[in-house]
Ligand binder design. Structure first.
Ligand code: MOS
Length: 682
């Protein structure tokens, strides 16, 4: 159990985030957003802004330099007159100070030809189509057996439609970039990102540079949750602006502008059907998903993929349908796919438990499987049942009365619910170096990112173990694309993927050292691409079980989570302290999803109306009372040298269903549309 290495720096304010890096004579950018949801820019009137003292320039489609096209169309900043969604960046003012830039941005007038737009997701939209794949590379549809026939012939059936709203990541630190073009034509970016190497590669492509001519530095990042997993328009805008004024430029996306420009979780409409024998044994599982993308870039969330992993059934169909609306492009948000998909699946399982008269913990145990249903592969390890049993035991599930709506304490209706969790254990190729000095200290280098997860600390523990050295003799350098190339802090794959490269570099160094370090030190490097390619085929996933107790005010419909417990099986836990924080952080975000978070589409103007944390509610400390996470011992030799699975995302998966199932148990009301607001209960 280790404290975060940078905790003192962070709480004293010494830790520098992207925007805070001191640059020589920086200018500041402020962006102008489109006021129409669809159309063409006729003319950009910059004169009034340019007349304001301190304004250096105004950039827009009328004068922006040409950029190279990349897969993510959102990065084609100011490259066309076409407006694809309301709130899109259409111009930027660069000025001597932030205040001048912001004030001048209000004086940029843009004339548009406005066109009719469509921003509302509907399951019977004739334009819905089957994407070629869903993220990152799964088939859109899968089918085994005769799912419809088996469903029709089942003794117990659930056929329900669940909806989840658009949700926005709101990391404490917004998306910020400080950009500087150097005299030798290279570009340095201080960026708030989950992956310095990926930003380096992408921005090099956008500006037509060799990748070695771009350096991205991100030593501390104030949260990302997926929204900083790929570079957003702010990075391009800052770099373009710095080029235009011949000075370093700082650009922070204000919270108000994040809702249109930094990605969000697609809303989903999900029809879920379960067909089972009288004892709850599943015969058929059918999961049909409807979700949205933009006209800019296709983003197809993998919502039904957990349904291919969770339960045994001879007949199964999963399907994704997408419609491209005049909206910002959805993006990654903590456990994209698993989170909305498991809300539907684990709610449906609860409905089946009620319909079949089987305890919901027992129902999940009864339908456990030792092979991944979709692929037929054996699991590298699967301890869902252990999580359910351990959780039931710790939570005090045993004497639960299944009857809904019967426990009353004064005005409060009380209930408990359970849901399962799952998340894939990915492993991505990485490079790392390890260096030994004569004085017995070590330095390990990798372009990993610590976005608040404790990654720096975990990698230090991993390196120390591999080097058989005390952790205080090991320094791990991360957060800089000049370090060996690393994958993003995403897909819950950071620690496992970076750690593998770190271990291999350290092992190689120990081999070279042969007990002693020559004058000048010794260095070794590792590249894990081949090792990862050569792994045996297994289905690798983490699992978990979440238990929740709620009280619902019978008069107001207000839901309070009294206590919540998650038990996870995620391989070896590297650092108990930061792991627990990751788990309960995910679970807390799940409480937000269940009860509060909702980005509301305004059909009149065509964008999400939320602008800040007063309009986009997330749980505060008073909303999170007794919350705890635990884990079962899990030894899995098929993962990586640490035996670790990811833990960054599984905590949110299933959490909202656990809350919703507890609300049903408390009130007898099944809310299938998130969030569970008082209006939906009364
Ligand atoms: Mo996570 S949404 O894969 O950064």
């Amino acid at each position: 159990m280790s404290d975060r290495l940078e905790s003192r720096e962070k709480v004293t304010g010494a830790a520098r985030y992207a925007y805070e890096h001191p640059l020589e004579n920086p200018a500041y950018a402020a962006a102008v957003q489109s006021t129409v949801a669809k159309g063409e820019i006729l003319e950009v009137h910059a004169d009034a802004a340019l007349r304001i003292p301190g304004v250096l320039t105004v950039l827009s489609c009328e004068n922006a330099p040409h950029l190279h096209e990349v897969a993510n169309g959102e990065l084609a900043v100011f490259q066309s007159r076409t407006v694809a969604y309301r709130g899109q960046f259409v111009a930027a003012v660069i000025a001597e100070t932030l205040d001048i830039a912001r004030e001048a941005a209000r004086h940029v007038r843009v004339d548009y030809v406005s066109e009719p737009f469509d921003v509302l997701l509907s399951a019977d939209d004739p334009r819905l189509y089957k994407p070629d794949k869903v993220n990152p590379a799964f088939p859109a549809d899968t089918e085994q057996g005769d799912p419809e026939g088996a469903f029709a012939g089942s003794a117990v059936r659930v056929d329900a439609t669940y909806t989840t709203p658009a949700e926005h990541n709101n990391p404490m630190e917004p998306h910020t970039t400080a950009a500087q073009w150097n005299d030798d034509g290279t570009l340095t970016l201080y960026d708030s990102t989950q992956g310095a190497s990926l930003v380096q590669d992408t921005i090099a492509q956008v500006f037509g540079l060799d990748r070695t001519h771009v350096r991205v530095i991100a030593r501390h990042v104030g949260g990302g949750f997926g929204s900083k997993g790929t570079p957003r328009p702010n990075v391009v805008l800052a770099a373009m602006a710095a080029g235009a004024v011949g000075r370093p430029v700082k650009f922070a996306v204000p919270r108000q502008q994040m809702f249109a420009t930094t990605g969000y979780r697609t809303p989903t409409i999900q029809r879920f059907r379960l067909g089972a024998d009288a004892d709850g044994t599943l015969n058929s599982i059918i999961h049909e998903v409807f979700e949205q993308s933009s006209t800019v870039t296709e983003f197809a969330e993998q919502t039904a993929t957990p349904t291919r992993v969770m339960y045994r059934a001879g007949n199964r169909r999963t399907a994704h349908r997408l419609v491209r609306l005049d909206v910002p492009t959805p993006s990654w948000m903590r456990a994209p796919g698993e989170t909305p998909g498991m809300f539907a699946q684990e709610s449906a399982m609860d409905e089946l438990a009620v319909a079949a008269g089987v305890d919901p913990v027992e129902l999940r145990i009864r339908n456990d499987t030792d092979r991944e249903p979709d692929s037929g592969l054996p699991f590298s390890s699967r301890n869902l049942v252990a999580c359910l049993r351990e959780g039931a035991d710790r939570f005090g599930w045993e004497h639960r009365d299944p009857a809904p709506g019967v426990r009353r304490e004064g005005r409060k209706l009380v209930g408990t619910g359970v849901a399962a969790s799952t998340y894939p254990a990915y492993l991505r190729p990485n490079k790392a170096t390890a260096r030994a000095e004569e004085d017995g200290t070590f330095t390990v280098r990798i372009a990993a990112a610590d976005i608040g997860t404790g990654a720096r600390t975990a990698l230090t523990l991993i390196a120390a173990e591999a080097l058989k050295a005390d952790a205080d003799r090991v320094t791990v350098e991360i957060g800089d694309s000049a370090l060996p190339q690393a994958s993003v802090a995403g897909g819950s794959a950071g620690t496992a993927s970076w750690g593998t490269a770190v271990v291999r570099a350290c092992e190689s160094l120990l081999g070279k050292m042969n007990g002693s370090v020559p004058p000048g030190g010794l260095e070794a490097s590792a590249d894990t691409a081949e090792e990862i390619r050569a792994r045996d085929a297994y289905a690798r996933h983490a699992f978990g079980a979440q238990f929740c107790e709620v009280e619902v005010d019978a008069d107001t419909g207000e839901v309070r989570v009294r206590r919540m417990l998650g038990v996870f099986a995620a391989g070896r836990i590297i650092n108990a302290k930061t792991a627990r924080s990751q788990f309960i952080g995910g679970m807390t975000m799940g409480i937000g999803m269940a009860l509060m978070e909702e980005s509301a589409m305004d059909p009149e103007f065509g964008d999400y109306v939320n602008r800040d944390l007063a309009q986009y509610h997330v749980p505060a400390c008073a909303d999170v009372r007794d919350i705890d996470a635990a884990w079962v011992e899990e030894s899995d030799p098929h993962l990586n040298p640490m035996g670790a699975k990811g833990i960054g995302e599984i905590g949110i998966v299933g959490a909202a269903a656990a809350v919703a199932n507890a609300v049903h148990h408390a009130t007898g009301v099944r809310v299938r549309d998130l969030p569970i607001t008082p209006a939906r209960l009364l």
